[in-house]
Design a protein around this ligand. Sequence first.
Ligand code: ADP
Ligand code: ZN
Length: 517
Amino acid sequence: MTDILEHQLLKSLKSHFGYDSFRGQQQTIIENVLNKKDTLVIMPTGGGKSICFQLPATIFNGLTLVISPLIALMKDQVDGLNANGIKAAFYNSSQQSSEQQHIIEQVLNKELKLLYVAPESLSGLENILKESQISCVAIDEAHCISSWGHDFRPSYQQLGFLKQQLPNTPIIALTATADKATRQDIVDQLKIPNADQYISSFDRKNIELEVRPADGRAKQIIRFIEKNPGESGIVYCLSRKNTEQIAKKLNENGINADAYHAGLSFDDRSRVQEDFIYDKTQVVCATVAFGMGIDKSNVRWVIHHNMPKNIEGYYQEIGRAGRDGLEAKALLFHSYADVIQLQKFAQGASNEAVQMAKLDRMKQFSEATTCRRKILLSYFGELLGDNCGNCDVCKNPPKFFDGTVLAQKILSTIYRINQTEAIGTIIDILRGANNANILDKQLNGVKTYGIGKDTSWNHWQHYIIQLINQGVCEIAFHKNNALQLTDFSHKVLFDGQKVFVTTPVEFKKESKATAVK
Ligand code: ADP
Ligand code: ZN
């Protein structure tokens, strides 16, 4: 990159956006786009994705087409750009046809730098979808293309035609959702297999991670708050009723707390939100409706009274703590009743399998015996070299023993049934179960059938989850959660690679970590 271009980029950053320097990988991404290369950007919310396509748009000769699913937000974004002296407009179904015609004329007259379009409105733009007009296509919220993403939009699935129609126009796809399957699906469907991928770190080192069994959680929450007097925090709950119950309990214990959920009036919600932002209320007990768009830098802790339904949600919610970069805590209560409740919610959903798979990952995180941050980050495709030192597992490591033989029993079962079955069936085979599923599929003939009778079902589950968390085997969410072998499995089966696992801990009433004061 020449100094001249760098100078030009910084100048544009300052004049159009008012900033003095780029954040994270912004500059490299922008250079890649300006070099007309397809680009995939994974950056956490608030990371600064917009500038990655807005700044190149100011430099390209032609139009940058921005595909966005959020019609409601388009106007704000366009107003913001125009206020910064960048000619932009939006085109969607909320407009009259005369208005739409006017926009098309503006494009044909090369008056616009950016045009925001809802995917379903693209069909109205046929006569401007030419390489002579369009310099770049940005696809915002790109995870919407994938039914593996958490916010699938069918209208995103037709976007593959863009690359076919505009083979020489760079596409930049952006999202904050980064699991591997979704990423792969995005580049496949957009037909940009060679896109350069820029994955920003999702690590929030200042947030201490902890998971505790949910026994007596109300009492535990009260003790936690008493130990951190005066510090702002959010207690996330599963139901509206929960938020009110917990807030009431906290009040009864002299803690300044409010409830927040979508069932409250607009005025009540605004009041709770403002009182929290201005430190008049110390604690808000809320459903996940709370927090979006709230910019409060000194939230010191986030407690999950109930387990979130997926890691994306969990990550987003704990991310509201410690935005000032100072020490913060995230405490999650893990209960099997919650897991079952969440499974019920997912049942019958159009993407039930996806929701269940995501819930499983959340459950594995909660049951982890290895560094939790490693698991969290690996979910977003990021590999942490060392253990973090700032999670409960790192601080209080469980005791390990040589579980190589156990692992070999599990892996050879997976191997012998051609990697086609999920955890439950693998355990049933190991334990020699006689249920209909086993008999129907004639799994009682598998060589390892019944070799693990002496180990309980729950213990097998505990061991398998650890193998998954260590990468010794993996779950194929796309294949009914079937357990699959990895390169690591082959080493364990054939190359003498040892595996260490922890002794299962029986569910304790009051674990050491909870015995506060
Ligand atoms: P995202 O789309 O990734 O959620 P945005 O693009 O909305 O994030 O950016 C989040 C905030 O960060 C915005 O207020 C934006 O103006 C600001 N921002 C982006 N880039 C920079 C930068 N280089 N320096 C300072 N602030 C920035
Ligand atoms: Zn750790």
